[in-house]
Design a binder for this molecule. Sequence first.
Ligand SMILES: [Ca+2]
Ligand SMILES: [Ca+2]
Length: 526
Amino acid sequence: MFPKGLTCSGSAASLLLIGLLVALGTNLERVSGDAGLVHRRFEYKYSFKPPYLAQKDGTVPFWEYGGHAIASSENVRIAPSLRSQKGAIWTKQKTNFDWWEVEIVFRVSGRGRIGADGLAFWYTAEKGSYLGDVFGSSDQWVGLGIFFDSFDNDNKHNNPYISAVLNDGTRQFDHQNDGSTQLLSGCLRDFRNKPFPTRAKIEYYNNILTVLFHNGMTNNDQNYEMCFRAENVVLPKTGYFGLSAATGGLADDHDVFHFLTTSLHIPGQFKEEPAPGEDAAKLTQEYQDYQKKLELQKEEYRKEHPDEQKDDLDSLFEDFNERELRQIWEAQTNTFEQLRTLSSKLDEVIGRQERTLGLLSVSAQAGGAAGGAPPPQIAVGGGGAAGGSSIMRHEVDALLQNQNVMVQTVREIRSIIGEVHARTDSILSNQARAPTAQVQAGGYDMQSLMNEMRDGMNQVRQGVASVAQRLQTHGAVPQAQGSVQCPTQNCLSLTAFLVAIVVQLLLMLGYSMYRDSREAQAKKFY
Ligand SMILES: [Ca+2]
Ligand SMILES: [Ca+2]
């Protein structure tokens, strides 16, 4: 009966709990759904990416670059690993949206343990120069600069560093202190010489500037970490996106593979494109022309370089070392992934546990406030429906385990009692067969048995009352012991008995004689 009630209330509790969790879950989903309502649109006129990043003539569609920058079909090398190089690339058009997110996939690599100078991302009211003083671009800019600063100018051992600096066009960049005196925010991250390209996600939405960083240890584009988040950031209403880089005495290659801009629009304020039909037709035509042009160019290239084909084939095969390295990296990436999943799962579990504990304490408080009477260990009461939800799975398990232990103990006690019973029976029958000879021996046997039984009694008293009753029925046995002890007492009291009788007789005789004499005297008087 007890376990039955337990499972009943347990299942009711778990149902209630599941219900609550589901309610919580839908609530969370709704919130994220709200966040998801932000309209996002890919802005191809403010983006570049491989393949065909640069066209055959070296131009990057919708972008302008200069200085020592070199664009290829795969990337833009904004500053090459040579001394004192500077370069930059800027969008041709000003932005026409308020909020945006830019994802940059880049690589800063060099042979040295230390590199220089760094790479910069810009969002400024005007385009900067291609050979400027601040990471290759102009000083005294109006807007935002985010610097991937490789070289430690102030010797505080805090580079490579990612820093964000705002400028209204009046201040000169504090190179000597790595801009630390002008910093909006930043984070210490090593972005040099990573196995995979490093990434940065820069989001500007509702005057909140957020920078996320991907350390390039994996090829998974989800592994972003927070670098910083700054509120109340006011940037120019419209501006140009740009990238610049510079080298010094030390030199790194500064390569950018992807520059992907997404415009963000507050729900309800999303502007639809005018006359989409016309535009789409025009774009399709442009695309088809471009494809044809590309194919023609490919054909030409093949005719001009018949040897290239072989090289291409050779490059398809990797040598032993390369393969081994690749396999190691793949394995490591895999391990890292697994760890990440585990970690996130653990977080999930901890979150759930905390949520459940919170619910538990709330319901426990409610139960305590409702009922003044001491609450039973298991709340099965129909009145306290909310209180019934307070049983946890592990508590139920613990109770069941305790019960099992109790049942086992009772079984053991029962077997002990059975043994005691059997022994008593055998002793009683022995006594019945040979009452005189066995009495003494039986007496000693009974003594040890008595002890055993007393122990048994104690155990049983601790255990179950019904078993104790059963023991008490056997408790009558000790009374039989009175007859066991009596012969020794009898032997002693026999002489005393005879003496007493003799004394009594003498007394009686004396008394009768005395009475007779008194009666004789009395007869004389009357
Ligand atoms: Ca620096
Ligand atoms: Ca520094």
